[in-house]
Design a binder for this molecule. Structure first.
Ligand code: SAH
Ligand code: SF4
Ligand code: F3S
Length: 437
């Protein structure tokens, strides 16, 4: 038998792209490809792209530039572009970069193997009606005890700055049965911690025995799966946090005390210009209610610095909101004008202004993150081991609050859930000692 062909995948962007890359690898696996970590060995290179900010998009073209030499040495090398830049730029990529053989949008991944077999350039950026996941093979071996599972895709919110509604299309939820089957399959392969994914995951409304189920109900169904120990979901929109979902944080022990709830800004005028459809006060009230349901919840968020027209006073309202909430984790970005979005029509702030604001955001958010980590020192936490650490006898895993924890435990095994006393906090992780046998 001939050696299997080798596929190298480079993934940019959000967790959904990570999930999609795994699924594409499985689809190509059914066609005789194995994945490789070394690009020079590859028979096919697939770049799964992100369009969210200009910098993310540009990476595609620098990667493709670097592939020229490899393609010259290996004329049979297939080069594919997937993901959100593929969707947004489509045929433009083939024109600009003749070394690219195929361009496949996020809703057409089930067509990838067929496209890879075709001669010449091909492109598919359709939004078909059928569920692409139905045509993909069953989940193969997983990487460790944690997994992502896409339950909802696309977005109808149209925030003024964001490309996602254009690149991922309208909001679609997968049916409950398919999700449960996939989850059970993952658990039978050793997965203990599943993160449900969606661009607007809490807008989930999947069908189940003729009824529509919300995310809270889906989480309750998922919690019934034996052997599954932890559940998480991301990313949520504040306006879709319904009462039942808030209650689930209080009464579902498997639902972990961590919530990523992007707010973007603390200024009502900017929130309105962003088309976020809620005020800063409404967000603060929501946080209060979530904390009533689950007092120890760790909150995370996304912020944009320098949205068009943002004044110094409005920016300071964002800092005020951050101080009022106290985030355990956060991501902050400098505003990036994206072609085709309403905000891109407006004049941008000078780069120095946005840069300085981003810096101030990051300083405050880093302080809060450190404080949240420091607060864990001396406490007992549950840690699910994911991989060995760099030091001999060390294991690394995540706590319920999603902190990375390094544990000195020569007998530790991947996939074990152990009790750990936290002894120290460093910049991005905790360290501790195992106390359960
Ligand atoms: N669906 C999620 C996240 C989408 S993208 C949500 O609704 O929050 C992840 C983050 O990227 C966003 O929360 C936002 O903070 C940031 N982002 C999106 N578009 C951006 C842009 N044009 N410039 C800078 N940051 C952006
Ligand atoms: Fe983008 Fe807004 Fe949709 Fe999030 S909710 S994906 S930021 S449009
Ligand atoms: Fe990027 Fe597309 Fe995800 S733009 S953030 S890869 S949905």
């Amino acid at each position: 038998m001939a050696d299997p062909k080798k596929l190298f995948i480079k993934t940019y962007g959000c967790q959904m792209n990570v999930y999609d890359s795994e699924r594409m690898a499985e689809a190509m696996g059914a066609d005789g490809y194995v994945t490789t970590e070394t690009v020079d060995d590859a028979d096919m290179v697939l770049i799964n792209t992100c369009h969210i900010r200009e910098k993310a998009s540009e990476k595609l073209y620098s990667d493709l530039g670097r592939l020229r030499k490899l393609k010259a040495a290996k004329p049979d090398l297939k080069v594919g572009v997937a993901g959100c830049v593929a969707q947004a730029e489509g045929a433009e990529i083939l024109r600009r970069m003749p070394l690219v053989d195929l361009v496949v949008g996020p809703q057409a991944y089930h067509r990838l193997p067929e496209m890879a077999r075709a001669k010449g350039q091909s492109i598919d950026t359709d939004f078909p009606l059928e569920d692409k996941f139905d045509s993909l093979p069953e989940r193969a071996a997983t990487r460790g005890p944690t997994a992502f599972l896409t339950v909802q895709e696309g977005c109808d919110k149209f925030c003024a700055f964001c490309v996602v509604p254009y690149t991922r299309g309208a909001e679609v939820s997968r049916p409950v049965d398919r999700i449960l089957t996939e989850a059970r399959g993952l658990v039978s392969k050793g997965v203990r911690d599943i993160t449900l994914l969606g661009q607007n995951v809490n807008a989930y409304h999947g069908s189940h025995q003729g009824r529509d189920l919300t995310l809270a109900k889906l989480l309750r169904e998922m919690a019934g799966i034996d052997g599954l120990q932890r559940l998480r979901y991301t990313t949520s929109h504040p306006n879709d946090m319904d009462d039942d979902l808030i209650a689930a944080h209080g009464d579902l022990p498997k639902l972990m005390p961590y919530l990523h709830l992007p707010v973007q800004s603390g200024s009502d005028r900017i929130l309105k210009a962003m088309n976020r459809k809620h005020t800063a006060e409404q967000y603060l009230r929501l946080i209060e209610r979530i904390r009533e349901a689950r007092p120890d919840i760790l909150l995370s968020s996304d912020f944009i610095a320098g949205f068009p027209g943002e004044t110094e006073a409005e920016f300071e309202e964002t800092l005020d909101l951050i101080r009022a909430v106290g985030f355990g984790m956060a991501y902050s970005f400098k505003y990036s004008a994206r072609p085709g979005t309403p905000a891109a029509e407006k004049p941008e702030l000078p780069a120095e202004v946005s840069d300085a604001r981003l810096q101030r955001l990051q300083t405050l958010l880093t302080q809060q993150q450190r404080a949240a980590q420091e607060a864990m020192v001396g406490r007992e936490v549950d840690v699910l081991y994911e991989k060995p650490g760099r030091l001999a006898g060390q294991m690394i895993g995540k706590s319920d609050h999603l902190h990375a924890v390094h544990v000195d435990d020569p007998q530790g095994k991947i996939g074990e859930l152990v009790r750990v006393r936290v002894s120290a906090s460093s910049s991005n992780s905790l360290a501790g000692t195992r106390i359960s046998r």
